[in-house]
Ligand binder design. Structure first.
Ligand SMILES: Nc1ncnc2c1ncn2[C@@H]1O[C@H](COP(=O)(O)OP(=O)(O)O)[C@@H](O)[C@H]1O
Ligand SMILES: [Mg+2]
Length: 422
């Protein structure tokens, strides 16, 4: 097996694959020092699709699992298929569901999927004119293409919205900002829902919630994700069923209809509103850090599920879960998310307490010592029979770890714990 990527998500994936009863030999490109404990790392960047393909061909890789979105949006699946190599992940055509927010909205409109009302603009002037004529604020402004989580602004006022429109058209997001979506602002609670799919049948995973803003109380700028927990007790089974039946299935059906059959892992970001769940967006891969709270609780064999998905053999299968809950706290470096300090010495990783998983997201190892190597450095996951216990274990493990400038949120899963308490 070959895992493509180098973050905490890929560490969790590599670990779940390495413990499969099929006993695979696991490689990771480029991987990281945490991944190197469970897989053989290969020095090829996730962006070098041709080098990855040659590695897979020359080393008899049976299945390549792609962590990040960029290689999928860039067509890694098609690239590998040319050599008869198998990939767990969608084609370039299907990955557009993440690569273009306008495409995703058009698919949803045709499929009748509940989502925010929207307008599309390919010129700054027409977007600004629309904002001037619009009465209801807040409004959401989105750059069309993949902008590494920085292309979305929830604008409280017309001024903020105009600023976001100008920023998108200024070229700051590159080609991603050549078209802009302006959306109705939905109110509710957000959840991340994953399904594995062969394009027709689905294998649903339990939902998770992530935390994007850097500071407690959801203050400050957005990040790649500062924490997560799973499952989410506040989501009613009927709501979850509605996400599958009204959002995910019709979207997959519509993609198949237009010749972009989706295979792999589909991630739906949803807002549970007073009128039921509505789709915010789709991602074409596992979420980070949601994966880090989902995989430790997976009772089924991840590799078996992936192989079954690729062989279109998932009908009647069920995903088995442990009864445990999981809470992930992300440790970030000084300056994140604007910048990130690197080379800070990390201590406290020698002993990992029981029921705790530590996934490396951006570390470097020199002479047996770990150093920070990016913004989100480590993911500390606690598991236990309740959110209270999982959370306590995660934060107790966080207390043992130190590096200069270390930042983390202290309120991950706090509201979930309070709900559990009732
Ligand atoms: N229509 C909307 N109404 C309210 N909030 C939204 C809306 N669209 C997006 N958001 C908020 O912005 C965040 C980022 O938007 P999303 O569509 O997920 O794009 P990306 O993850 O690519 O940045 C969401 O997680 C959500 O909090
Ligand atoms: Mg998102």
């Amino acid at each position: 097996m070959l895992v493509v990527g180098s973050g905490g998500r890929e560490h969790a994936l590599a670990e779940a694959l390495a413990t499969s009863h099929l006993e695979p030999e696991v490689f990771a490109a480029p991987g990281n020092p945490g991944i190197a404990r469970v897989a053989q790392t290969v020095d090829i960047p996730a962006s070098d699709l041709v080098a990855l393909r040659h590695f897979a061909r020359d080393n008899g890789i049976d299945l390549t699992i792609v962590g990040p979105e960029d290689p999928l949006i860039g067509g890694i699946a098609e690239c590998f298929w040319e050599d008869g190599l198998k990939v767990f992940g969608p084609s370039r055509a299907a990955a557009r569901i993440e690569g273009s927010k306008v495409f995703a909205k058009e698919v949803m409109r045709h499929a009748g999927v509940p989502t925010a009302e929207f307008e599309v603009f390919d010129r700054q002037n027409s977007a600004l004119a629309y904002l001037r004529s619009r009465q209801e604020y807040p409004v959401v402004v989105k750059a069309d293409g993949a902008a590494a989580g920085k292309g979305v602004t929830v604008a409280r006022t017309r001024d903020e919205a105009e600023e976001a429109v100008r920023e998108a058209f200024s070229g700051r997001f590159g080609a991603a900002g050549e078209r802009v979506l302006i959306e109705e602002c939905l109110v509710g609670r957000e959840a991340s829902i994953f399904v594995m799919t062969d394009g027709r049948e689905i294998l649903p995973f339990l939902p998770a919630q992530d935390y994007k803003p850097i500071y407690d109380g959801n203050q400050g700028p957005n990040t790649g994700g500062m924490g997560a927990y799973s499952p989410i007790m506040w989501m009613e089974p009927a709501t979850y069923a509605a996400v599958l039946e009204e959002i995910i299935r019709p979207t997959l059906h519509q993609l198949a209809l237009i010749g972009a059959t989706y295979t792999g892992l589909l991630y739906a970001g949803v807002m549970v509103t007073e009128d039921g769940p509505k789709a915010l967006e789709f991602n074409c891969r596992f979420g980070d850090p949601e994966t880090q709270v989902i995989l430790p609780r997976l009772g089924s064999d991840l590799l078996e599920l992936m192989i079954a998905t690729n062989e279109e053999n998932i009908l009647g299968r069920e995903v088995v879960w442990s009864a445990d809950k999981a809470v992930c706290v992300v440790l970030a470096s000084e300056g994140y998310p604007e910048t990130s300090s690197t080379g800070d010495r990390i201590s406290g990783l020698d002993e990992i307490p029981t029921n705790v998983f530590i996934y490396h997201a951006a570390t470097e190892e020199r002479d047996g010592v770990f150093y920070t190597a990016g913004g989100r450095v480590l993911n500390v996951v606690g598991t236990g029979p309740s959110i209270i216990e999982a959370r306590a274990r995660a934060y107790a493990a966080v207390e043992r770890i130190h590096f200069p400038g270390m930042q983390y949120r202290t309120d991950i899963a706090l509201e979930a714990m309070e709900l559990e308490d009732l």
